[in-house]
Ligand binder design. Structure first.
Ligand code: SAM
Length: 249
């Protein structure tokens, strides 16, 4: 994989191995953070993130601190630190670590920020974001994922993170405004509801483009009441954002 710009850095987002592909030989330990896992995580941060240009030391520290193996199905724990997305329940994916770090770095989370993640999935990125912001709200459209992510985050002690089940393409008006919004699924355009819920100076990071191809990761900054600045962070491939302001289900 190229170590240059962000283009093609998540080429396999939609093509993880199938759930249950390796049920035997999986590491089913319940140990929360063994030395081996700690070392694997440190290697992942160094080789997959820092070496590819993730430079924000707070983001690197947050990625080093969250035990990704506890957010993937047991049969995939052996691959928790692999350089690729992995399958989770409901036919969805947990994103490649590099893409999680890239999006979170672009969102420039500050310690006092309130953040929203649309497409919380396993709750992994929500957990990483919670290490960097005051409060994180995750939204997931699949109930089974939302409930498991909420339970997992609570059990692991991420007390400033919550997950609810809803259509996140409409945002979360009752908790808005947000200093940062991450959308972990690709829509045809940036939802107007999410732009409206950005605080002044707020940043939104999201893949936009075709339902299954030709997507660009964009960063939108609210620079005035009705003024937004958009940057292109490169080509990516994400699962579709399904909802009122996304793709039809
Ligand atoms: N960030 C997640 C993690 O760390 O595990 C992985 C996100 S996965 C690539 C994208 C998620 O977006 C899926 O779980 C999918 O169900 C969810 N999703 C798609 N459309 C959605 C919507 N309108 N509202 C909320 N979640 C949505």
């Amino acid at each position: 994989m190229a170590a240059g710009g962000p283009v093609d850095r998540s080429p396999r987002e939609n093509t993880p191995p199938r759930l249950g592909e390796r049920a035997s030989g999986a590491d089913d330990t319940n140990a929360v953070d063994t030395r081996a896992r700690f070392d694997e995580r440190a290697r992942m941060v160094e080789r997959q993130l820092a070496a590819r240009g993730i430079a924000d030391t707070r983001v690197l520290a947050a990625m080093r601190s969250v035990p990704r193996e506890l957010f993937v199905p047991e049969s995939f724990r052996h691959a928790a630190y692999a350089d690729r997305p992995l399958p989770i329940e409901a036919g969805q994916t947990i994103s490649q670590p590099y893409i999680v770090a890239l999006m979170i770095e672009a969102a420039a989370l500050a310690p006092d920020d309130r953040a929203l993640e649309v497409g919380a999935g396993s709750g992994y990125a929500t957990a990483v974001m919670s290490r960097l912001a005051r409060e994180v709200v995750g939204i997931e459209r699949h109930r089974v994922l939302a409930e498991r992510a909420a339970e997992r985050l609570q059990r692991l002690g991420y007390a400033n993170a919550t997950v609810r089940c809803a259509d996140g393409s409409a945002g979360c008006s009752e908790r808005a405004p947000f200093d940062a919004i991450l959308v972990a699924a690709s829509g045809p355009r940036v939802p107007a509801a999410l732009l409206a819920q950005l605080a002044p100076g707020g940043r939104l990071v999201m893949p936009v483009g075709g339902e299954h191809f030709a997507q660009r990761l964009v960063k939108v900054t609210r620079v005035g009441d009705d003024e937004f600045r958009e940057e292109d962070l490169g080509g990516v491939a994400f699962v579709p954002l399904i909802g009122t302001e996304g793709w039809p289900g």
